[in-house]
Design a protein around this ligand. Structure first.
Ligand SMILES: NC(=O)c1ccc[n+]([C@@H]2O[C@H](COP(=O)([O-])OP(=O)(O)OC[C@H]3O[C@@H](n4cnc5c(N)ncnc54)[C@H](OP(=O)(O)O)[C@@H]3O)[C@@H](O)[C@H]2O)c1
Length: 210
């Protein structure tokens, strides 16, 4: 059982938290207002393994912290989290331009690397950004598990991240060091463009191995 704090109980936060609570983990939504109806609904979906608290309190009790906020508030959310020393920080953000036309950051850096700079004492893994929240609730495609790519610089943190992805039903794939977030964030843009360009949200990437 892993104690997980999820900063943000929106589409992504609630989908991940519900899946992990079902898988036996202890989930605390780290939110600005624990009484907000959306937060209460996410807690209810998680049953007795889910709770909500203010950001610093929820994060203090967790081994794994998930960043599931919009990109434009990511730095502020990390600052609200308090002490992240040695904690595993799973970065799900995509640095989307406000009109979703593309990425606001890329090529020579990435949101994942910027998150690591804002949280230097945490062990950052980029994960859960390359697919829609609907797939986080159900990554099964006719018996095939959708791939979940992740990257990071800490082997132990990546192992935990991969296991947490597998617990949701994903096929976890280690893409390499955190610098590879520069490729995973544009891959998310491909998913978004295709989902909103006619394919719909029931699409997911699969890595084939021979
Ligand atoms: N939607 C997807 O399918 C998807 C898939 C992969 C990755 N992502 C990425 O995941 C992130 C979250 O997306 P989402 O769709 O879950 O967004 P969302 O539904 O809008 O939820 C955002 C959450 O962030 C919280 N938040 C906003 N400002 C905050 C702050 N200053 N401090 C702490 N929490 C704050 C909100 O809480 P309040 O109620 O307090 O405002 C809300 O719970 C984004 O970076 C997105 O690009 C999204």
């Amino acid at each position: 059982m892993v104690k997980i704090a999820i900063i943000g109980a929106g589409n992504v936060g609630a989908a991940l938290g519900t899946g992990w609570a079902k898988a036996g983990h202890e989930v605390a939504y780290a939110v600005r207002n624990p009484q907000k109806p959306e937060v209460l609904a996410a807690v209810a979906r998680g049953g007795d393994r889910a709770s909500a608290a203010n950001i610093a309190d929820a994060v203090a009790g967790a081994a794994v912290v998930v960043l599931a906020t919009p990109w434009n508030v990511a730095q502020a959310a990390i600052q609200s989290a308090g002490n992240l020393d040695s904690k595993i920080l799973l970065d799900c953000t995509n640095p989307l331009a406000p009109d979703l036309s593309g990425l606001a950051v890329g090529l020579t850096t990435s949101a994942g690397e910027m998150v690591a700079a804002w949280a230097p004492s945490a062990r950052v893994v980029k994960i859960f950004n390359t697919t829609g929240y609907n797939n986080m609730e159900d990554p099964d495609y006719n018996g095939q598990a959708a791939t979940m790519f992740y990257c990071g610089d800490d082997a132990d943190a990546k192992e935990t991240a991969g296991k947490l992805a597998a617990d949701l039903g994903f096929d976890p794939v280690d893409a390499g060091p955190l610098k590879l977030a520069r490729t995973l964030e544009p891959l998310a843009m491909l998913w978004i463009s295709m989902a909103f360009g006619g394919y719909g949200r029931d699409i997911a990437f699969k890595l084939l191995l021979r």
